[in-house]
Design a protein around this ligand. Sequence first.
Ligand SMILES: [Zn+2]
Length: 238
Amino acid sequence: MAAFDGLILKQIPFKESSKILHVYTADGMKSVLVHGAKKFGSPYLSSSENLNVVRFQAVGKELLTLTDADLVEGYPKLKADLERFTYAQHLAELLHNFAEAEYDHAKFFAFTLKILAKLETEADYQVYAFIFELKYLFLLGVAPAFTACAACGRKDDLSFRVRSGGLSCPDHAEGPGVTDEGFRWMRRLYLIDLKDPLVERPDAATTAELRRAIDDWYAFHLNFRSKSRSVLSGLLGY
Ligand SMILES: [Zn+2]
């Protein structure tokens, strides 16, 4: 018997009325089989939605089989708002895609729940998704260079570019650059401690620029673009 808290990222139908949940936990990804989850009247029907945090009790080794589930957090406001929900799904796809990477899952699981709480409560929440995505780059080993040229370490005459890995000197600059304002916000959000209140926000143009730069970073350095990101384009207009 195992008991653990997990965030449901994805579900796959299994046989007639069952499903397998892909769950992010403090130990990394786990798969949990839920018998009869799709049956009306199943006690697990409502708790096994995507983006729920659930306290699971399960048996088994490779594939865990659910024996009991209690909803810990359902993020009702986030789920009632299509744009927020799609943003959260985008982060869930990101986590799911890179869950096999080796990093401190206990720490990042706790951090993920803090970010989802911000998506649930903050009026201007998009910046918290940026914080998640930027900090995740560090865990995935492709953090931007924010202090010196990514290629040679030179510290003057620098511009920030996605393709050259962040700050780059004229000899190593590749691809289009990010504005100074975009760079300052990226560095700030990358380094921020969630305990410190974030009162200011980037303006609309910088927000759109950050969105594109982060997308480009994931596409160019990790060959990743989420399905939800395409849906978000329609909702955000960029
Ligand atoms: Zn250089």
